[in-house]
Design a protein around this ligand. Sequence first.
Ligand code: ZN
Length: 260
Amino acid sequence: MDAAQQADLLNAALEGKTPEIRKAPNTVVELMCGAFNKDTNSWETTATVRELNGFDEEALASLDSKNIVYAEYMSALLKRAVVSIGSLAVADRPTIVDELIIGDRDLLFLGIIEATYGKTREYEVKCQSCEASNDVIVSLDEFERKKPKQDPQVPMKFTLTNGDVVELRLPNGMDSQVTSKKAKNVAEQNTLILARCLVSPNVKNAVDWAKGLGIKDRSMIIKALLDNQPGPQIGEVNAQCATCGEDLNIVLDWASLLFS
Ligand SMILES: [Zn+2]
């Protein structure tokens, strides 16, 4: 119980009323696409996340940082700190976090940062113009949240140069892990993304299908899949130097949000 809650209880006792306990820090994250629940045949879009603790810190530190890609690290983090997605408990079915689109995973990540540190994070930034030191407070709300251009639960339709219509879904956490691990270059990455995200037509070998597509069709689909991935854009933060007024160039990434 924090001081404010204690004060509420005390005031309530003095006034003879039933106290209203203040809500704990927000640990509910509303997802844009969510996870599909096969039992109920519906999408689960409300997730609960928890604060990171020392067990998590040690477990994450023990991951071999040289041989692990970003998407794998994010999966390890989400499998620990996402408690549930709708009625699905992540502890019972950890792979569910790999089925989420990348934008939802980034939303959960920011939710975990908020549950752990609160809504703001403070950074000491040295001004590149006057070298003064600035304490910059960054709110997690500052990151632009790209809204979905179309319903992310519905596969996207594309008309190929030859007139055929194909359907692909948005890339998820597992697609991201597999492509970053297996592909040796961007062309192979594109092939894997196209093959994995293909929903229709139903083909025997999706990799061969993806390789057989014309380069123009491949780049059109890849670009649309990337453009339509909604979610928070973690990156640049605007702030001015308190001493000279110049812009401070602050670029945050997931690691600076998580550890510094
Ligand atoms: Zn300055």
